[in-house]
Write a protein that binds this ligand. Structure first.
Ligand code: ADE
Length: 357
């Protein structure tokens, strides 16, 4: 399976102005993320419920000789939405085209990609919640009837041209399923949420990556990295590389528990996997807003971060780890969040928090 990509998520730093041409001409298969991406269900660790349903769906589609239903994957970034799409493509023996909604700015961007698809191929659209209205309207008949409805002429003389498209499968990925319009959401046959990974699963990801990169790592070293990876394999893989730099330069090259923990301490990633921004966020709410509630815009402005980064990158894990709480009036630091930072929670605050719960 060749991954033909036109976005820069694979770490290439290319901002593509013309996704159609780039999608046709560039094959990216040698980046770090790609080189360690699993290509089949056996080497894809975690998300076991998703894997089990997908295996059945794929087998049924193969037996029927029909393309797969359109699929929507949602969940926080880094949990393997692109990766599982790649696994599906390789298991079906078809090509995958990878793009993202912000690259489909003009109608001709999406039309060009749809018209260049071949039967059975997979079109992967990342950040699909950011698709504009025009692109969405083009996708509806494409998804439903495999046609492109083009209007020519103006008002009274306008004619609709129906151009048949090959049968393809759309895989959409989003961090914000709630922001998808319902007509678009309803056109996906399968909608699945990706879950954060357990420490054990992340330790397996770490060991697998270390093996591919020919790094020496102990069980305890892998677990130490896993513990600080915020339930996210993309972070685990990034930390393997960072820690291996330390192991080579400052130690004897072997990643054991001590090397992993000392390196991650230097990188200011704490035992919960929180980095300086996460801790700054919790500290800000505690010190400036008495623990909250405080609005997301205020938090973002005070940290000089954009709201999207806070919402998509920092918050999901802080919420899942129970350090932060989302309330109708804004964000609040939980008693666990206070404890994690070693700050005692004012007792009135504890009471209010418990009342709220
Ligand atoms: N690398 C990134 N995600 C992975 C996963 N789920 N399994 C194995 N390796 C991975």
């Amino acid at each position: 399976m060749a991954i033909i990509s036109d976005d820069n998520q694979l770490g290439l730093g290319i901002k593509n102005k013309n996704p159609i041409i780039k999608a046709e001409t560039i094959e990216y298969d040698n980046t770090f993320e790609n080189s360690i991406r699993p290509k089949d269900f056996d080497s894809y660790i975690g998300q076991s419920a998703l894997k089990e349903t997908l295996k059945i769906t794929l087998e049924a589609a193969k037996k029927r000789g029909k393309p797969l239903d359109h699929l929507l994957f949602y969940g926080p970034p880094g949990l393997g939405k692109t990766t599982i799409a790649g696994v599906i493509a390789s298991q079906m023996g078809v090509e995958i085209r990878i793009t993202s909604a912000p690259a489909l700015e003009r109608p001709r961007d999406i039309i060009g990609i749809l018209m260049s698809l071949k039967g059975g191929e997979i079109l992967f659209i990342d950040e699909i919640h950011r698709l504009n209205k025009v692109a969405e309207e083009i996708l509806y008949p494409a998804m439903e009837d495999f046609t492109l409805d083009m209007t020519t002429g103006k008002s009274q003389t306008a004619k609709t041209l129906r151009i048949p498209l090959p049968k393809f499968t759309l895989i959409g990925a989003t961090t914000k399923a709630g922001e998808l319009s319902s007509p678009l959401r309803d056109r996906f046959g399968i909608i699945h949420r990706l879950e954060f990974y357990t420490i054990e699963e992340l330790a397996q990801v770490v060991k697998r990556t270390a093996k591919i990169l020919e790094l020496e790592i102990t069980e305890e070293g892998a677990e130490a990295i896993a513990r600080r990876s915020r339930g996210t394999p993309r972070i685990a893989n990034r930390l393997v590389k960072r820690v291996s730099d330390f192991a080579i330069v400052k130690y004897d090259g072997i990643i054991d528990k001590k090397v992993a923990n000392e390196s991650l301490d230097i990188l200011k990633i704490d035992e919960f996997g929180l980095d300086t921004t996460d801790r700054a966020l919790l500290n800000l709410i505690i010190n400036k807003y008495d623990g909250g509630p405080v609005g997301i815009e205020t938090i973002a402005a005070a940290l000089s971060e954009d709201v999207r980064t806070i919402e998509d990158v920092c918050e999901p894990y802080l919420l899942q780890a129970g350090l932060l709480q989302r309330t109708p009036r804004g964000r609040k630091v939980s008693p666990e969040g206070y404890r994690h930072l070693g700050i005692s929670m004012p007792s009135a605050q504890t009471k209010l928090f418990e009342d709220y719960l």
